[in-house]
Design a protein around this ligand. Structure first.
Ligand code: ADP
Ligand code: MG
Length: 476
């Protein structure tokens, strides 16, 4: 039987992490009421002029520096013309002949070995508006808020041979986008959208086959399922003597199937031409160096640094760098003077547990890093016991109060005063003559019983180390 080799190339759109749009000062905030973020520029009024948001260029430049792409000294915007109700101007401002970045690559490693995925280009463009199709036929709503939201489009060469390589590449890319502060990478909010180009060829053939393109997938699970489906569909078609035709497809995850959106004959002719309202983007070496100097640390480097600087196990370093926000929060705790390993245990344990259970972002967490550092210090100084610290933590969570305040208010301070503890131990000894006798006869396991009794009597506030010493002394 003939074997077929799949080939895949990706086009990825990612929303850049700016507060304002690419050519005007309107907000990019997600979830705002429809049509509240607009002005004459993103509405496409005649006679207004777009002005490029400098930050957009800088965030894209970071991507080039992370992937080894070449930032072009001069790049230009072009008009991509098409008529559709989501596009008030009747054209999208994009880059065409002179993209901002050429080349670059990311390597993936699967059981097939290491594969280098090359970027063809990375360019800037604006997003279109959003059409919301109503329940009844013929009813559609339009939201202009997304018009002019800044995007980078990243186009790879057809270098992928398997779905596993695609998924790993996308995960790596998303991590770079997020840690690099380039994009918020939130797929549910459309921050990352993937188009996949797919072809197959018999293994005896070197020329790539005719490709189809699956548009606009917004989850990696769907990307993988869609590519698998399309590879199988193309092989089935060719096996039956058919021919793959170049077309644009839409994947339906519910049916696990594709439908044709448009054929090659219906392909748009965008009539690209240079955007006359914008000057070329000119990037000099000094600007690139400024961006390089402030390039955020990526996750692999951060993981290695956490192991090295804080003496953490690889496991801890991995969990603490789950997101840049968690990592930054942890480092704040350290900066506030906490022991790194103790802080790690708290963050990996209690902090992440509460965040998961409540679906809270660490940025909105009621307990601030300084408060956790104070709590860790109080345990270290013996002011409260380790188990009491859990109670204080819960209280901090409920009230937002500082640990010192909670300890004073609730009278949770550990009793380390030997005199006071001795009185309690003496009473426990007097109340339990049988146990005392057995202990003296050699049943030293009863130590736990005595400590327990003292803890009960002090409502858990006795310093266990002190209690141990006193019991041994009294029962010797
Ligand atoms: P166009 O100019 O028509 O947009 P490109 O050559 O820029 O086409 O390719 C668009 C995307 O399709 C790229 O991601 C590229 O890697 C991918 N691609 C090109 N040829 C093939 C092929 N034969 N099989 C699979 N993917 C392909
Ligand atoms: Mg293309």
């Amino acid at each position: 039987m003939m074997r077929y080799i799949p080939t895949i190339g990706l086009e990825i759109h990612s929303q850049l992490a700016t507060d304002t749009k690419i050519f005007c000062g309107c907000s990019t905030e997600f979830g705002a009421p429809p049509n509240t973020h607009s002005d004459p520029v993103c509405l496409g009024m005649p006679g207004v002029l777009p002005v490029l948001n400098r930050r957009v260029v800088e965030l894209a430049m970071r991507m080039a520096l992370y992937t080894g792409g070449e930032i072009q000294p001069v790049s230009t915007f072009a008009r991509k013309n098409y008529f559709y109700p989501d596009l008030p101007k009747g054209y999208q401002i994009s880059m065409f002949e002179q993209p901002l970045i050429r080349g670059g690559h990311l390597d993936v490693e699967t059981e097939r070995g290491r594969t280098r995925i090359r970027f063809n280009r990375i360019h800037l463009e604006e997003d279109a508006g959003k059409l919301i199709h109503g329940e009844s036929a013929g009813e559609s709503w339009f939201d202009v808020n997304r018009c002019g939201v800044p995007l980078i489009e990243m186009v790879t060469e057809p270098d992928f041979g398997t779905v596993e390589e695609v998924v790993q590449f996308l995960e790596k890319l998303k991590e770079i986008l997020i840690f690099g502060g380039v994009s918020r990478g939130n797929m549910e909010q459309g921050n990352l959208r993937v188009d996949a180009n797919i072809s197959i060829r018999p293994e005896t053939e070197t020329k790539l086959g005719t490709r189809t393109e699956i548009k606009n997938m917004n989850s990696f699970v769907n990307v993988a399922a869609a590519i698998r489906f399309e590879i199988d569909r193309q092989i089935g078609l060719v096996e039956r003597g058919g021919r793959v035709v170049q077309e644009t497809l839409l994947y339906d995850p519910l049916k696990d199937s594709v439908s044709s959106m448009r054929s090659k004959e219906e392909a748009h002719d965008y009539r690209y031409f240079p955007e006359p309202d914008l000057v070329p983007v000119v990037v000099d070496a000094a600007w690139i160096e400024r961006i390089r100097a402030e390039l955020p640390e990526l996750r692999p480097d951060m993981r290695a640094r956490f192991e090295r600087e804080y003496g953490l196990p690889a496991y801890d370093a991995d969990i603490l760098t789950a997101t840049p926000a968690v990592a930054a929060w942890y480092e704040e705790v350290i900066r506030a003077g906490a022991d790194p390993k103790k802080a790690s245990n708290w963050v990996m344990g209690e902090v992440l547990r509460v965040l998961n259970e409540t679906g809270t972002d660490i940025g909105e967490f009621k307990i601030k890093p300084g408060m956790l550092a104070a709590l860790i210090k109080l345990v270290g100084e013996g002011v409260i016991s380790g188990s009491m610290a859990k109670t204080v933590f819960e209280e901090m969570l409920a009230t937002g109060n500082a640990p010192e305040t909670i300890i004073e208010e609730k009278g949770l301070r550990q009793i380390s005063d030997t005199g006071a503890l001795r009185t309690v131990v003496e009473k426990v000894v007097a109340d339990n003559p049988d146990a005392v006798e057995k202990f003296r006869a050699g049943k030293t396991q009863l130590m736990g019983f005595f400590v327990g009794e003292v803890m009960k009597a002090t409502r858990g506030k006795a310093n266990p180390k002190e209690v141990n010493t006193i019991i041994r002394e009294l029962l010797a």
